[in-house]
Each structure stands twice: as C-alpha cells, then as structure tokens.
Design a protein around this ligand. Structure first.
Ligand SMILES: Nc1ncnc2c1ncn2[C@@H]1O[C@H](COP(=O)(O)OP(=O)(O)OP(=O)(O)O)[C@@H](O)[C@H]1O
Length: 254
C-alpha cells in the first residue's frame, strides 16, 4: 500500500485481496486503486468475482487476506470512518415500493443519523441531481425501472460518500435507460468528484476514456484505459481485447 498522504487521496485502495467461499477461491490477489472523481468499469462475466469484491469492500463478508481502504481509512480497523465514505447500489433493488421517493430517502438519512430536516434537505439536493425532485412525493411503485435506479443512486449519495459502488445497476433496463444511467454516473464523477466503481458484464457500457478493470475467475487481468488496452493487445475493439484476455472461452456481452 502507498504512503498515508497518497492513500488519503485515493477514494478506494485494494491491495493483495484474496477471498474464498468454503475453500473455493473467488478472488485471488486483487489490487485496484480508484482516485477521487474517477470512473472505473469493473468488467467481468458472471461469476468473475465482482459482487464478492463489493461485499468485501462493504464488509458483508470479512474473512479475507489483503487490505481495503476508503479515503485512506482501513475498512476493518477504521470501519466507521471508512463506511461513512461509501455509497452502494446493489444488484437487487432495495427501495420500499409502497413508500414515496422522499420517504425512502428520509429513512436512509435516519439510518445515517441525520435529523429529519437534514435528511429531507440532502435528499432534495440529490434528487435534483438525478432529475427526480419533482417526483419526490410519488410512490416508488409508480416509477420506471430507470427512475428507481436513479432514486437508489440519490439515496446512496445522501451521506456524501467519496466512493459509489454500483453492482450491475442497469439490470432489467432498456437501452435508453441504460445509456442515461451510464451518463449520469459519469456526470457525478465530473461534477461532484465522486469516485465510481461500476461493475458490469456488458462491454457496451464502457465509454471512450473509461478505465477498465477486467476481472475473470477472481483475477484482475487488466487495469487500464480501454484505448490503451486495445492498442496494447493489437486489436480493434474492447470485445476482441476481452476475448483475448479470457482466452476466448467466455465473453462479456456486447
Ligand atoms: N455465497 C456464496 N457461496 C459460495 N460461492 C459463492 C457465493 N457467492 C458467490 N460465489 C461464487 O464465487 C464466485 C464469484 O461470484 P460473484 O457473485 O462474486 O461473481 P460476479 O462477477 O458478481 O457474477 P455475476 O455477474 O453473476 O453477479 C463464483 O464462482 C460464485 O459461484
């Protein structure tokens, strides 16, 4: 791991991380650093270890080898500080469909120790950011899939994390909604300085200029900008680069 000052500048620093489920390895010596305001695509097919990595960062799982720091804070030894700096949107939606958008966010604020007024104020700021302030009184059940995902992102940002983890956030969305969500996450990086780690198996969610971390069977096979990766491997497309890296046996979807 780097020196303390460098570590504090990094939103996420994972070093030499390994994890196994009942003796079956799921992550093998993974190291990855994400800077403030950076957008990194964690690209890997089903079973690559993406969700496992997120579970370790958020400490849903804990027995592992290696280090994880958020904004310079060790997730195990400085758990409170580290966790205050993480926002997460998991694969499975977790909004209460029978509550309004604002009620869902207010509940999240209360869990983070915010007063009711403070939670509502912060919720409104984030809902404006995702373009849903005018829907704040709407019951979540009445929103589209894309709108629900944006509400989850707004909720994940209420406590002003440095790092936003998004695990396959576009599952079940149509192409236009997927594109909107990808664009929205990029804007968050640029405008709010939030670091985003976006896990997906969909190559078409990688945009020009994105850094791509390719995870396969628990190992990080590449970590560089898409253009650098294709040039290094002497191929035209990221799809070809992916095939080359994983031996052409398993492909991420285009
Ligand atoms: N709770 C669990 N118990 C045992 N094995 C697990 C468990 N969760 C995941 N695994 C295994 O660990 C490996 C990594 O799974 P993981 O869910 O992290 O991959 P993923 O990249 O997120 O895949 P997906 O895109 O399908 O969500 C796989 O081989 C999977 O079968």
């Amino acid at each position: 791991m780097s020196e303390a000052n460098d570590a504090a500048a990094l939103a996420l620093e994972v070093g030499g991380l390994s994890f196994a489920y009942a003796g079956r390895p799921a992550l093998d010596d993974v190291s990855l650093a994400v800077k403030a305001g950076e957008f990194v695509v964690l690209l890997g097919p089903n079973g690559a270890g993406k969700t496992t990595l997120f579970s370790l960062i958020t400490r849903l799982h804990d027995r592992r080898r290696g280090e994880i720091r958020i904004g310079g804070f060790d997730v195990r030894r400085q758990a409170v500080q580290a966790h205050a700096r993480i926002g997460a949107v998991f694969q499975q939606p977790t909004l209460d469909l029978d509550l309004s958008v604002m009620q869902n966010l207010a509940y999240h604020g209360a869990l983070h120790g915010m007063s009711s007024g403070e939670a509502k104020r912060r919720a409104l700021v984030q809902l404006e950011r995702v373009g849903l302030a005018d829907q704040r009184r709407t019951r979540v059940r009445r929103l589209s899939g894309g709108q629900r995902r944006r509400v989850e992102i707004a909720r994940g940002l209420m406590h002003e994390p440095r790092l936003l983890l998004l695990d396959e956030p576009t599952v079940g969305l149509d192409i236009a909604s997927r594109r909107d969500l990808v664009e929205h996450a990029h804007r968050l990086c640029a405008e709010a300085g939030v670091a985003v780690l976006w896990a997906t198996h969909l190559i078409d969610e990688v945009r020009p200029g994105d850094r791509v971390a390719v995870l396969h069977r628990g190992r990080l096979l590449a970590d560089e900008h898409g253009e650098t990766l294709t040039a290094r491997l002497g191929v035209e497309t990221l799809g070809e680069a992916f095939d080359r890296l994983v031996g052409g046996k398993e492909t991420a979807c285009e």
